[in-house]
Structures are given as C-alpha cells and as structure tokens.
Design a protein around this ligand. Sequence first.
Ligand code: GAL
Length: 871
Amino acid sequence: MKNILFFISLLLIEWQISYAGELPVRERININRDWRYQEHDPQEVDSALHYTRLKPYLLPCASDFILFGKKHIRPKGNPGNEIAYVKPDFDDSNWRQLNLPHDWAIEGPFNIDYDGATGKLPYWGIRWYRKTIDLPQEDKGKQIYLDIDGAMSYASVWCNGNYVGGWPYGYTSFRLDLTPYLKAGQRNVLAIRLDNPNDASRWYPGGGIYRNVWLVKTSPVHVSQWGTFVRNVNVTKEKATMEMSVRMENHTNKDVRVAVQTSVYLQDKDGIPVGKEVADFRNEEIIVRKKSKITTAARFCVKNPQLWDIDAPDCYVAVSRIMVGGKEIDRYETSFGIRNAEFTLENGFMLNGRKVPIKGVCMHHDLGALGAAFNIVAAERQLRIMKEMGANAIRTSHNPPAPELVALCDRMGFLMQLELADAWRKGKRKNDYSVLFDDWSEADMRSLVRHYRNHPSVIMWSLGNEVPDQSTDTGVEIAHKLTAYSHDEDPTRPTSYGCNRGDIAYREIVNHVDVFGQNYHQKVYGDFLKQNPTRRYHASETSSATSSRGEYFFPVNTRASDNRANFQLSSYDMKTVGWGCMPEDEFAMLEKYPSMSGEFVWTGFDYLGEPTPYNKDLTNLLNFSDPKDREKAKKELEALGKIKSPSRSSYFGIVDLCGFPKDRYYCYKSYWQPDVPTVHILPHWNWENRIGEITPVYVYTSGDTVELFLNGKSLGRKEKSHAYDRLRWMDVRYEPGVLKAVAYKNGKRWAEETVETTGKPARIQITPEKNALKADGSDLSFIRVTIVDAKGRMVPRANNHLKFSVSGPAEIVATDNGDATDLTSFQSLERKAYNGMALVVLRGAYQHTGKVVLTVESKGLPKQKVVLNVE
Ligand code: GAL
C-alpha cells in the first residue's frame, strides 16, 4: 500500500514531466506551498464582484472548455482590476501564510446554533488567496495553465492584476489559461477570490482551495486538458482491440502538421511502467489549424491483456509523443485499464464476463476532523477501511471527487459511480446547484466525464441525486440532455441517477438514463422490474441506518434506539430513517432480485453535517414520498427545533468519523466476505447497574451457527436461516464476566470472540497506524488512543479527558473521538475519549526529518508516549 501511495504521489507530482533532449516538453508542477490567505473583501468590493456581475466573464471558461475548434470572444474589460488585493505589488505580508489544500471552515469555531447541515461550522463567506510565482526566462513562449482540482466555491482568479476567469461549482476541477498574463523571467502574482454562499448544501461542503493546485507548462501545440481517451473496441482474454483518441490544440498563428506516436506499457503494482511496450502505434499525420483544436484517433491491440479487475487492478499507461517536423513537442501519459464492464438485464453488473454484485458505499468528500481539505493518505485510509470490510464500490455522493481518489480506486480495485450534483433546476437549498444549473451543468457534466473516462474503476456516471425535478417534464428533458453530454464524451459507460420516489419507476424519466438508480424503496424493486422489463437497474442508495459507536439503550427496540438526552443512537442496530431499512432487509431484497446489480449503502463513513435525526434540516422531508410519513416527520422536526441539538456530524456511517468501526461494520463484513472468518458480539459487557436484568446479546458472523457462553455456561446454539441473519439471544440476564461466541461454518469451528467486563481505566494505549512518515509536509499517521484497564482491555464507556503534545518534526493536525455531539475544536490538543477511544492525526514536517514523540496525558493515569520517525 505504501508503494501504491508513493506511486500515486509521484504520478501526481511528476506525472507529466517529460523531456525532449534538454528541455522538458511538458511540466506539471504542484504549487500548493506558500500561499497567503485573508478573510473578507475590502468593503466596497463585495457586490461589484458578485457572481451575477462576473458571470459574463466566467462563462467563457466553460465554453472554452466545451467548444471544439470554435473561437469564442472573451468579454471586454477587467473586472476587479481596481481592487488592491489583485494588484501584483500589493503588500500581503501580514496575510496568513499557509499551504494548500486548505479548508477554512474546519477551524470553526463550532456554533451550536447553526443548522445541523452545516456541521455547525462556518463554511460560508468571502476569502482571498495570493501566491507569487517566479517564472524562469526559458518559459517564454510556452503555454502556461493553472489547474485547480477544486475550490469551494465561486472561484475568481486574477493574474498580475488581470482577471483570468474562474469556476463557480466547488467540486469541478478546472483549468485557466494564464499565458496572456504571465511574464517569463519575472515574479508573477496570482490572486484568487472565493465567495462561498450560505445555505448551499445539505451536508458540510467546506470552504477554500481544498484540493491540489498545479501549474502546467506546455509548448503552444499540445494535448488538450484531459484530451486523451482510450476505449474498448473488442476485448477478450486473448486480445484487446482498443481505440485511442488524442485531442490537440494549436495556440500559434500557423497551421501545424502533427504526428502522434504512442507506446503502451503495463504498469507494475506500484504503477511504474514495466517491461517492453505491449503496443506501439502512430496516428495518421494531421494538421492542427491555427488557434484551433482537433481530435485524431487510432486503434491498437494488446495480446493476452491483463484485465483490470477488483482483485487484480492492473493498469496500462499509454505514452504519446506529439511530433512536429521530427521533433517531440509534447509528451502525454494516459493511465488506463482494459476491462469489460456491463450492466445486463438478467445478471446485473458483469465485470470481465462474471457477475460482480456491487457492494458499495456512498461517501461524502470530507475527511472527518481534517474537513474537506484533501489529503491522499487520509483518503487511502478511508478506502482501506472500506476494503477490509468487503466493500468493492464507492459512490461519490453527491458530487465530482478529488482526482487522487479516482486514481486510488483504480489502484486498489474499487468500482466507482461518479455523481454530478444534488440538484438540477429545482433546488433543495436556496443556494445549491440549482442556481448554477442552467449555465453550468453542461460544462460540469462534460468536465466530470472527460476528466475520468480513462479510469477503469469508473463504471457509471450519475447525473444527479434525488432531484426534485425528477417527476416533471423538465426533469425528463434534463436527464435526456445530461445523458447525451455524457455519451458524447464517453459512449462506453452508462448514465444513472438516484431516484428517491417509490412511484417514479413507471414514469418517463426511466427511459432517459441507462441504468436506473433507485434510492431506498426496496419494496418496489419487484414492481419496477415487472413494469420496465427492458430497463437496467441498481440500488443507488440504501439503508440509512443510524447508530453511535459503543452506545446501547434499553429496552432493545426501535423506539428506545434514540436518546434525546445525550443525542446518541443505540448501536443495537435497530434504527433507520423513515425512508431507510436495516442492512439485512436490503440484502434480502437484493438476493430476491439478482438482476439489481447491488447497492450503495448510505454511508461508509460518518460525515460532517446532516446529523439526522438530531437535525432540524427541513430538506429531510424531501425524502418522503408518502404524505402521511412526511407529515409525521415534519412534526418530529418541529419538536426537535425546540431543543438545541449539539450534533454536528452524521450517525449514518458504518464506521464513525474517526474511522473506528461501529457494530454494523461486522454486519457488512460478515455478509460481504463470507469466506473471511468473522464473529462479533454486541453490546460491551460493563453493565454494573444491570446485574440480573435482561441484556440482549446480538452476534454478527460469517459462519452459519454460533454458540454463546456466559462465564463458561452455554446460552445455547443458534443457527442462521439466511447468510445475512444476525443471531439474537434476547433473554440473557446480565452478570459480569466473559461472554464468548464460538462460530461454526459447515460443521467446523470458524471463528471466536470474547467480550469481557473490564476493570477501571488504568492506562493509555497509543497505537499509530504507521510509525514512519515522509518528510513531505503532507504525510499523516492516524493514531488510536485507547483507555484500557490494568489487563489492557478497552474500557468501553471511558471518557477520560486527554491532553496531547508532540515534539520533533511533526505536528498534530487534528484530534477526534467519533462523538457526533462533541463541539471541541478539531484542532484542540485536549479532548475527551468517547466510549474508550480517541484519534490523533499527526503530520510529518516538510523537509525536516527525525524522531517524533507523541505524549498523551490524562489525570489519574500514567503519562504515555510513542515514538515515530519522519524520514
Ligand atoms: C438520502 C439522500 C442523502 C442523505 C440520506 C440520509 O435520501 O440522498 O443525501 O440525505 O437521504 O438518509
């Protein structure tokens, strides 16, 4: 895994740096470091730079991107050039200095009065970033682009005092051409203004330049942004016939005759090209007209291809050399996979000819206590935790992802559904995507597809989620259009969208996406298939079960599952939202309808915002199609509105915000990985106030039978009727001691777990997930802090107050404990453990190596230290 990360960072930093003779023909330089940052506009500016005023200047970015070979006229003028902040000589030395990716909102402070959807964090507002860039004299004559992977939101960019453009949707990666404004051999200044509206999202979007930023230098004739596309023509085990198209653009005033030569290599498991080329081909020479773009395509074959699969995620790389008059003027690398992916009517999703049920999770883009600021190590950790559970697919709900996430999924063998937005023309929130839809949806859709169409992990494009226009004629028209854009960019993958109406399956919109996505309403699967025998189908969002790690409420029933007194939810796994269902009920329906392709569970990880049911967010009501249910939910929300809910993050996660598994994790693990021995007991066994009282015990297992013992005495064997069953011992009377579950499968001992009544907190245990960090200023170690008793057993209700400190070349960037109601700042160096655990995230320094000591202290417990190395 370490190697994979190393490769991906290499890929990202130097992917497209290549050399022709002495001079690099293309450079892609990360410019995350050393930015200046400032809150608020100079007062008079705000309305002058409002989006509605800037729109005519911004839209050309989108048309530039979409149009093939057609010239557009940039509007005249230079908005904002009078503002001091954009001027190259403005003195920004008293602005805060920071590195990107940056999420200003994660610094808080939390405010209990904010709507739950915000994560109780102030993500809205206007902010400025500035950066100086020294360009060497050799850059004269080059095209120079600014590539921003994501800025939240309504980015406007100036270069040396000139307005360049921007992109409003915070999730779309975009490119701006800096060439006319930059000066080679000089110091240049970029100024970026973000204007993040409030009431813009049903979850926490973050705020800031929260993904990577790059400078791309090319010759004036070069491959366009995301300009290559490698697709299947015919793929068998013996031979893959592929087609590769290359889109080029010519910024000179002369027509240029261009040849494209491509060599294809296999990449080893770390992504490094290995061995001899497996294919070598030339496109016919073409002329790229002056100030124009053109696409050329050629076919090639790979014998005995190593097919990309979830268990063998092998990728290839096509290295294309762009030649003019025998001289290489650009080199472009396209990483891709060869595989057959298909949604079939009878068998659902098929990968390389075999049925692969989608065991997917929906994920929002935040990285817990790190907020929205992208970090590849944190993203890889999320994926690893999901993979260990048995998940094989990710839905990037409800927006385009960070590019590195898609690259990680290619390398780790995940399937992906990438989604455009949470709204179309009709909004759910005042300032959500509906504001941009008419002007930007074509550009956002095309950019999503063009960006990621070479990635083997991506199996479908989702046009939207639960869009309120889904049942109208406009909705049908929109679905039709978005599907057309998507097919135009990528004819190989189906479109989908997540529908949350149980009755919509009979409506016209079904015919305007390729694979219909049903959110919830698992009871309509059968009807849908009957009514739409020619349509393909999958469960785009399921379950929405809620729980808090390590909380158990009595009596064990749905009603007692939430606890308004402490704003937690029982982990006996009885509770879902009104529109959801328990994991096992979904499994049952998917077994009944195998052509369904599988599911995307809401959600893999807990996320910031949307702390349903302690959420006053009225958009929740959009999920109810039955008016009676909606009325009931409305009353509940009104009642909730009268109390102050501290909850700032969700309860939906199969794992909590720290990535610590809740009990539900073992439900999925047992069912999704039947061949991995798993047995898991709940609840914990520290119930000193329940001696003699009925305390039910549940067991999740991948075995078929379990015998449960309490203090050595058998409480009986129970056998599952279905693979997805959980086993329940409902009449266990609590006595302290040892609970032991012995699982059997096909008559053989399969797995075993014990849960013991522990003593009092006696020690702090510190467990780093890794001990060596790279000195690159962004590598992280996630460190679990556990409160244990004298025998080293986690004390399940321990909430000791902890203090963290660090010495050496590293810093604590975040702490957390998985408690959705904890309003302690994520940067705090003190916090309570929550049900026995806490998390510290340590970041290695930039270019400083050495020994790092993390110390954790808590009153009454011995001080504990752990040593790590930054290398
Ligand atoms: C769905 C929605 C998700 C989330 C979920 C909570 O209907 O698509 O974004 O809100 O409900 O149950």
